[in-house]
Design a protein around this ligand. Structure first.
Ligand SMILES: Cc1cc2nc3c(=O)[nH]c(=O)nc-3n(C[C@H](O)[C@H](O)[C@H](O)COP(=O)(O)O)c2cc1C
Ligand code: SF4
Length: 464
């Protein structure tokens, strides 16, 4: 059965289908706009705004092409992108107790791949501990972060891996039903999932009720509590926490929400054991992560890497550096994370290590940009996105994101604005960072903060 995010239709950006000629306006397409100026011009003229089609490897992208990215494994083990016998791990899991399964995930050290990096085993245990006649597993397939396209790849090329991860997770936490919240911008993923679901419903060994809920084009719906509201047909604003979804989630029932890549890692961990997984990676970042490199790289595509390698290895050795010019910076983990300037490229790729320099692993999108993009243009682009996607629930984000967007509009038009606007701008960003209700407003402010920290000379030149 396909459910739809029902009411509150005016909240969503996409009530219709994604037009075949639709051009993506996401950050990867923005920084690549010079490679196809005509297509980028079309983007600014089209009626519908779409911030990511998940095709950052061929940006500026449109919905016309039907291609998958080049994929490559550079980690010692191919946890996510490798071939596994489908449902072999599920058969093994059926002979393990829920406690044993949760124990393996805890030992593995797997952290959520959706952005927040929360320990997966801890979340599973929290749901398993709840007494309830109904529990749910929800796969977050909203993949809204411009720059990331690993979930799209898994959904289109290997949907059974996700389903297998979900069914194992359901067994471990005692869930009775699963849902996949899928972004509408991924129509091919939708078809692939429908086929895979039909397959498991036909096989009595695999049968488990899983529904697809289609998103309607809202970035904030990727935030897990906004997503649950959307699924219930409510206004999809983030919920106050606690209570957490693990106790009070979908329809008030305990709910495990995990990202697609997190769930797609589960079959490998069940087959090889939590210890084998935790031997990969370093410090508090265990295992592997798939990073998505944008089209400005010599070799764009998906790379499965082991945590702990320097970011430089990703951008220079795997990506081959930029084909368009000098690399000015890299945005890893989407527009709610900081920019990494060239002098910090030796930072190890890990949750805490990137956090320490104001950046983030996020969902693993790696968008490099060159000297043809000014920092003011980049901040303008990110805040146009931020203001467009703000759900409006809290004042700092609703008003702050559009004020900063308008200020940078003025900067780009006039080249220079009065100096008092600098202090005003920093004050707004400070309020956004300290008082926004969810990660959207906070992340936008952090993005601007890192731009100011690492490119202050360039930004300061915008104020008289
Ligand atoms: C504004 C915002 C957007 C988000 N979008 C996504 C998304 O598209 N996909 C995703 O998996 N997580 C997204 N998240 C994170 C989710 O809230 C949640 O942490 C995640 O789905 C949990 O799964 P994980 O523990 O496996 O990462 C977003 C968070 C915020 C604040
Ligand atoms: S921070 Fe932005 S997206 Fe989050 S609740 Fe506030 S207005 Fe909505």
């Amino acid at each position: 059965m396909i459910l739809q995010a029902k009411s509150e239709r005016s909240f969503y950006h996409m009530n219709g289908e994604v037009a075949p000629s639709q051009v993506c306006q996401g950050m990867a397409c923005f920084v690549a706009r010079r490679s196809d100026p005509d297509r980028w011009r079309r983007a600014s003229m089209q009626q519908q705004t779409i911030y990511c089609l998940g095709k950052c490897y061929e940006a500026p992208a449109s919905n016309e092409e039907d291609s998958l990215p080049v994929v490559s494994v550079s980690a010692p083990e191919a946890v996510v992108l490798g071939n596994l016998e489908p449902y072999c791990a599920l058969h093994l899991a059926r002979n393990r107790t829920p406690e044993e399964l949760i124990g393996e995930i805890e030992i593995s050290g797997l952290r959520g791949r959706g952005g927040a990096g929360f320990p997966a085993g801890k979340k599973w245990r929290a749901v398993a501990l709840q007494n309830s006649i109904e529990k749910f597993v929800v796969a977050n397939a909203d993949e809204g972060d411009p720059g990331a396209y690993v979930d799209r790849y898994i959904l289109e090329a290997n949907p059974h891996r996700l389903l297998e991860g979900m069914i194992i997770a359901a067994r471990a936490v005692g869930a009775t039903r699963g849902y996949i919240y899928l972004r509408k911008e991924y129509p091919r993923a939708h078809s692939a999932l429908l086929n895979a679901l039909e397959h498991i419903q036909r096989d009595p060994q695999l049968r488990f009720p899983i529904d697809i809920v289609m998103g309607q084009g809202s970035y904030v719906c990727g935030e897990e509590t906004a997503m649950l509201n959307s699924m219930e047909g409510r206004r999809p604003e983030p919920r106050l926490r606690p209570p957490y979804p693990t106790e009070h989630g979908l329809y008030g029932r305990p709910t495990l929400v995990n990202n697609v890549e997190t769930l797609a890692s589960i079959p490998w961990i069940v087959l090889h054991g939590g210890n084998a997984y935790s031997r990969l990676g370093f410090s508090s970042s265990r295992g592997t992560k798939v990073v998505s490199l944008n089209s400005l790289f010599e070799r764009p595509g998906l790379y499965e890497v082991e945590f702990g390698i320097p970011v430089r290895h990703i951008v220079e050795d795997l990506g081959g550096g930029l084909k368009t010019g000098r690399m000015k910076g890299v945005v890893i983990g989407g527009p709610l994370a900081g920019i990494i300037p060239p002098h910090l490229l030796d930072t190890p790729f890990g949750f805490d290590e990137l956090r320490a320099i104001g950046a983030s692993v996020g969902h693993g999108g790696v968008i490099a940009f060159d000297e043809h993009t000014s920092i003011a243009q980049l901040v303008h682009h990110v805040f146009a996105f931020g203001a467009f996607e703000s759900c409006g629930k809290c004042t700092p984000c609703r008003n702050g994101s559009s004020k900063i967007h308008r200020l940078f509009d003025q900067i780009l038009e006039e080249g220079l604005v009065p100096s008092h606007m600098r202090a005003e701008c920093l004050e707004i960003l400070n309020a956004m960072e300290k008082t926004s209700f969810c990660g959207h407003g906070v992340g936008l402010a952090e993005f601007a903060g890192s731009a100011w920290k690492y490119y202050h000379e360039e930004l300061d030149r915008c104020f008289a």
